[in-house]
Design a protein around this ligand. Structure first.
Ligand SMILES: [Zn+2]
Length: 279
């Protein structure tokens, strides 16, 4: 019997990383051509060149997937999946080959609080799933919600005795770079010129305000929201979540040991002020 094709991946059912077997593959090459930011570069792919049925020996489940291959009009038109495997019948996902499992299960979030409070990490997982389902607008809307929720957590750490502004735009400015738009008479597109990217607060403001605006477009605008908009939102969101956690823990540390830094001095968020909390 011919040896089955296989590839290494995390199983979408049991999440174990190991060999996944390809038990069946589509016969016809039906693909559509698209660019995708992949392995740190924009590349053109023939998307869904093959549809495959996979088997995970670990959890003994079947799951379907689509295989996208770097665009090649001539070769891909008649290629078989086995042409992309090595001599041991192994397919290696990488810069030129992507394997996406179809509609991986999204486990409902577990809430441990009463009333149940959303977790930004759950929201981020939902956004990533929406991305894999090509629900671009949903990604934009969810990322904006992540900014909304995380900025409330950030506010509570920064100003424990003060209510946060309801409007997200105002909350972000007051929290991170007070009055920056009005003072400098700029909209988001010119913000980069007046912000100091050595300051974590300014970087946070830039990312979070960008996600806020893009999320508004996703929710309200008639203009199409594209895959690259959605992808940029995921990248910005991941980045700001990491930075905001660092920022909050430095504020907590400052609270425990107030003499260790002069956080209060740079509260005003002057565009030229250096951030002393975390640089
Ligand atoms: Zn499995």
């Amino acid at each position: 019997m011919e040896k089955l094709l296989c590839f290494r991946s995390s199983c979408p059912r049991c999440e174990k990383y190991g060999d996944i077997q390809v038990v069946a593959c589509s016969q016809e090459n039906e693909s559509f051509y698209l660019d995708k930011f992949h392995c740190d570069e924009w590349r053109a792919f023939d998307f869904g060149l093959f549809s495959v049925a996979c088997y995970c020996p670990e959890c003994k489940n079947f799951v379907s997937a689509s295989v996208s291959v770097a665009h090649n009009e001539v070769i891909n038109a008649t290629a078989k999946l086995v042409d992309f495997a090595d001599e041991n019948n192994r397919i290696k996902p990488g810069p030129k080959l992507i394997i996406d499992f179809d509609v991986p299960a999204l486990l409902p979030p577990q809430h441990f609080s009463s009333p149940p409070i959303v977790s930004v990490l759950d929201l981020y997982q939902q956004a990533s799933k929406c991305y894999s389902l090509q629900a671009w607008e949903a990604v934009g809307i969810l990322c904006r919600k992540i900014v909304d929720i995380q900025s409330i957590f950030m506010w509570k750490i920064r100003y424990p005795d003060k209510d946060h502004p309801d409007k997200l735009a105002q909350r972000l400015e007051e929290l991170l770079v007070k009055g920056v738009k009005k003072k400098n008479k700029v909209g988001h597109s010119e913000l980069a010129d007046v912000l100091n990217f050595y300051s974590i607060k300014h970087r946070l403001f830039y990312d979070m305000d960008r996600i806020r605006e893009s999320g508004n477009d996703a929710a309200h605008e008639i203009l199409a929201y594209h895959d690259d908009d959605a992808e940029a939102m995921l990248i910005f969101t991941q980045n700001f979540l990491e930075e905001s956690e660092r920022w909050m823990s430095s504020l907590r540390r400052a609270r425990i040991n107030p003499t260790s830094n002069k956080e209060s001095k740079e509260d005003e968020g002057h565009p030229c002020g250096h951030d002393r909390v975390v640089s």
